[in-house]
Design a protein around this ligand. Structure first.
Ligand SMILES: [Zn+2]
Length: 267
């Protein structure tokens, strides 16, 4: 109940902020960031609709989100995870940046408070299966069952109930291992499937500095896009503050993606 009250309060505050900003036009400057006047901030909110963009991310699909050059969407997979997810959330909060987290169901059930913190701090919380299997190597019924169990686990962790189906219509396949029948099924469920436009290769061992150089090179090359990180990785958590500062200095801006159908931020 606490989490529900907290998230409702956060949404009420955000709705007020949106109403206030809308008086000055759709592209008004982001709200001030407490304690950090030079924050990167979140430049705009993008409603994502399954009818327009059922699958996004150029690494896997022919199209991506309608982003302008040097716009970035931050996404984090596989959490929530002790310490590393907390450090990632702290870094995002310090720069007033909103991101999207794709949670593994069993991790969300193990650490519901961390999942609730993501939601309470204004991030989009979405789904990444229950047990992170290679879904393309399984019978379709077993794959669908793991995906559904992931929806229910994350919703149970966030809201204390799971009876209404996936609350946010965003899903990412573990290992990007989709199949045409599963993609068709998710589209019939009105789920947007996220791939990525670039990534930090943070599943490979490297120092935070190496990861920072790698992702900055890639984001300059692609001119932004949907970036995949893992909030389970210590080197990602360690380099994130410097990465966010570098995005600001290089003139990139952050886009917050929300589910056009269900998310209260867009009401
Ligand atoms: Zn994953």
């Amino acid at each position: 109940m606490n989490a529900i009250r907290m998230s409702c309060a956060a949404y009420a505050a955000l709705s007020l902020a949106v109403l206030t900003l809308s008086a000055f036009g759709a592209h008004a400057a982001p709200a001030p960031c407490p304690g950090n006047p030079d924050a990167l901030g979140t430049a705009r909110v993008l409603d994502v609709d399954v009818a327009a963009t059922p699958q996004v991310g150029r690494k896997q699909f022919p199209q991506t989100l309608p982003l302008s050059p040097r716009e970035v969407v931050l996404t984090f997979d596989d959490g929530p995870w002790p310490q590393t997810t907390e450090r990632v959330l702290d870094a995002l909060k310090a720069e007033c940046v909103r991101a999207t987290f794709f949670l593994i169901g069993r991790n969300a059930l193990a650490r519901p408070a961390l999942a609730q913190r993501e939601l309470a701090e204004g991030h989009t919380v979405a789904y990444h299966s229950f047990s992170h299997p290679m879904l393309d190597h399984m019978p379709i019924a077993a794959a669908q069952s793991d995906i559904e169990r992931g929806f229910a686990a994350v919703d149970a962790a966030l809201y204390g109930h799971a009876e209404h189906g996936p609350t946010t219509a965003f899903f990412r396949f573990p290992y990007f291992a989709s199949t045409p029948p599963l993609l068709g099924w998710l589209q019939s469920r009105r789920m947007v499937v996220f791939g990525a436009d670039l990534w930090a290769s943070d599943w490979n061992p490297m120092t935070p500095d190496q990861e920072l150089r790698l992702i900055l090179g890639r984001v300059e090359e692609t001119q932004g896009g949907i970036i995949l990180f893992h909030d389970t990785k210590a080197q990602t958590a360690a380099m994130l503050p410097a990465f966010l500062r570098a995005l600001k200095m290089r003139g990139f801006s952050i886009v917050d993606v929300v589910d056009a159908a269900t998310h209260p931020r867009t009401q």
